[in-house]
Each structure stands twice: as C-alpha cells, then as structure tokens.
Design a protein around this ligand. Structure first.
Ligand code: SF4
Length: 232
C-alpha cells in the first residue's frame, strides 16, 4: 500500500502539468462533463465547436433552441437524444433554482451541490464530481474507470471496497491529498494520462510506467502477463 502522494509525485514528475479541464467558461466545462459520457474527448471537442459555431453554447441559447437543432449540434459526441435532454435540463435548473448564476450554485457546500446535481437527469457521481471539481472548484475527486483499474491493480484497499468502491477511493485520495483543489484536479488528469499511455485495459505497460515501483510484490512478479488473464 502506498500513500496517494507517492502516486501524485511520480506521475507529476513523469507527465508534468496537465492543464485539465479545457474550457473557456465554467458552463462550457459543465457542458463538456455531460458530452464526454461514453465517448472520447475528441468527439466532445467537435461537439463544443459546433455548439459555438451555431451560437448554442450559452444556457439561454440552449434553452431557446429547438431540440432537433441541439441534437444536430452535438451529434459527434453520440447519444445526442439523451445528451440534448440532459443539457437542457441542466440549463433550466441553473436558471430556475439558482437565478441563472453559477456563482450562486457553487457557493453552496459541496454536499448540497452534489446532491442537487445527482438529482438531475443524466448526472451520475462521475459527472457530478467532474462539474464540482473543475467547474465549481470544490474538492470532490473524480473516480473514473481509469482510477478504479489502476488502484485495483495496485491492490489499494480503497479500490477493493464494496460495489465500485467510489466513495472509498474518494476518501483515500482526500486523506492523502487533502482539500487542495488544484492537486485533486491534477491527480485525476494524471491518472487519465496513465490509463491511456500505460495502464491499458488488456495489456498494461508496467515495465515502462512511472508507477511500476508502487506495484505490490505479487503484481510485480506477474507484470509481464496481461492483467485480464490474472483477474479471470
Ligand atoms: S501500467 Fe502497471 S505499473 Fe502502471 S499503473 Fe498500471 S498496473 Fe501500475
């Protein structure tokens, strides 16, 4: 078992600053958090560019637009029928419950904002925490599939909890990195970078990975074998 800070330092040294999440405004980050569900980031970039080109990126424009036009604009991100509905529901909720002001929304305590977001259609824990952490500046770590896979392979107890261990991983990271929003933002981005480059689903590249020294002994012995076969 290693301290979260050990992961952070090794990954920071290897990858450097990630400057994540890209977005020109907090609302754009929120839109991206919904559009990125079940698709690659490149597709989200295309959808956001198309929303911008059609002048549909603001909350007011999104609410006023015919839903067919909104769907057409975000087609590249997939699931456009559902995502258009989620975006309009989120925009309407900000207008109706927070006077159209994101400052008003995000100045509430983290637990309240999280609960409100989770009550909206299409927003689960990962999307809610992405919005909290990157749009709202709240210390709410994002646990995605990359995080679960990486920590499970490293035998970290937080990832072995009941269910998907979401809350346990959040607590483990918070206990190690504290409430420093900048570090939590960076930690998530670094884990994503690791997942893409090294900690792949079926063929992890442990021998080249900066986290290889943090693997538990049993995993080190097996590191040349695909993890999928070990888990079977
Ligand atoms: S690739 Fe190997 S060393 Fe790197 S994070 Fe994944 S399991 Fe750990």
């Amino acid at each position: 078992m290693a301290h979260p800070d050990a992961y952070f330092r090794r990954l920071s040294r290897h990858f450097g600053p990630q400057y994540w999440w890209p977005g020109r405004s907090r609302w754009e980050v929120m839109v991206g958090a919904i559009l990125t569900q079940n698709t690659a980031w490149r597709n989200v970039e295309l959808a956001i560019a198309e929303l911008r080109r059609r002048h549909l990126l603001s909350r007011a424009a999104m609410l006023a637009a015919p839903v067919a036009e909104l769907r057409a604009a975000i087609r590249s991100a997939g699931f456009q029928r559902q995502k258009a509905r989620y975006l309009q529901a989120l925009a309407a909720w900000v207008q109706e419950h927070h006077g159209g002001k994101l400052t008003r929304l995000f100045r509430q305590p983290t637990a309240i904002v999280r609960k409100e977001l989770l009550a909206l259609p299409g927003i689960g824990p990962e999307t809610a925490d992405s919005i909290l952490l990157y749009a709202g500046g709240h210390a709410s770590f994002v646990v995605d599939a990359y995080t679960v896979r990486l920590l499970s392979r490293h035998g970290e107890a937080a990832a072995q909890g009941p269910g998907d261990g979401y809350a346990a991983i959040q607590s483990w990271v918070a206990a190690g990195l504290g409430q420093d929003v900048g570090r939590l933002q960076e930690m998530h981005a670094l884990i994503v970078a690791t997942g893409k480059e090294f900690c792949r689903k079926s063929a992890p590249r442990c021998t080249r990975c900066p986290l290889e020294p943090l693997l538990p002994p049993a995993a080190v012995m097996l590191r040349h074998q695909p993890f999928a076969s070990r888990e079977a």
